[in-house]
Design a protein around this ligand. Structure first.
Ligand code: SF4
Length: 271
């Protein structure tokens, strides 16, 4: 590399670092401004500011995001882009619910699948339930994180249903807006909105009932947090919702990489 190209390269890197730093600072300020606002106002801001933005839908109570976003989008004369991750291991009820939501709101849902070749090799070598013997990291990496990464590479921003009360150990710092700490790249910042961050489960469910929003029938059978069928079970009255996920693992090992940036001081994130 010639001297001039090295200098140009360094200038470019400095420029990118500067832009990222400025953006991060501006985003923190904006997050503080948006924090006291209602979820629909945060979604309104997100849809106004970003055309290339997607809503992540897990097939659980984050359906509320779709309810609010479709109302906001109608006023803004915009369309809502929704995607979901089909791990291949969801409950039948969740598949039916995803399709019910698609029809109910008249939207398209981009269903992301794991890379077939990688998944086939993984299952051939380790079987269908290796996560019970080791942990869920490898399976989640193939079935969730890689498809999500592929989807997010096409977006400038995304909207998630993360709430602080979902996991006191790993989500108690979730802001309503952030530079995605996991999937932003040095030359491709990714903005992440968490409009429900400050809402409680009670508020979410009161709103779902108030607006007669469709919901996954598993919730009526004791499931609070809903993920893959082999890794999710109902919880009892005094259990935290996250105790129904990967129950055979230590709480500090519950990380599948989708919101890895929530990791704080050795704690880990759950999905
Ligand atoms: Fe695999 Fe369980 Fe993770 Fe689903 S939640 S991707 S089945 S380890």
């Amino acid at each position: 590399m010639s001297q001039i190209s090295v200098v140009q390269c360094l200038v470019f890197i400095s420029y990118v670092i500067l832009i990222m730093a400025l953006n991060a600072e501006q985003i923190s300020e904006l997050a503080l401004e948006l924090a006291p606002k209602e979820p629909k106002d945060i979604i309104n801001y997100a849809l106004q500011e970003f055309d290339n933005i997607g809503i992540s839908f897990s097939g659980a109570e984050d359906v509320l995001l779709i309810e609010l976003a479709t109302k906001v989008a109608r006023k803004l004369d915009k369309t809502v882009s929704v995607f979901t991750l089909d791990t291949g291991r969801l409950h039948p009820e969740t598949y039916r619910f995803i399709d019910k939501v698609r029809a109910h709101y008249g939207i398209t849902i981009d269903v992301m699948h794991p890379d077939a070749e990688t998944l086939e090799a993984f299952v051939r070598e380790k079987g269908l339930f290796s996560f019970y013997e080791t942990d869920h990291h490898e399976c989640c990496g193939i079935r969730k994180t890689e498809p999500l990464k592929r989807k997010l590479a096409t977006l400038d921003a995304w909207i998630t249903g993360q709430r602080r009360d979902q996991s006191p150990s790993t989500r108690n710092q979730v802001p309503v807006l952030e530079m995605d700490p996991t999937f932003s790249g040095p030359d491709k910042p990714l903005i992440k909105f968490n409009p429900l961050a400050n809402w409680s489960s009670k508020q979410v469910w009161e709103t779902i009932r108030m607006f007669d929003v469709p919901y996954n029938g598993l919730h009526d059978r004791g499931y609070i947090s809903i993920g893959c069928e082999p890794c999710t079970r109902p919880v009892g009255p005094n259990q935290h919702e996250r105790e129904g996920r990967w129950w055979w693992e230590e709480a500090t090992a519950k990380e599948c990489g989708l919101h890895q940036g929530n990791v704080i001081a050795g704690d880990v994130e759950e999905i």
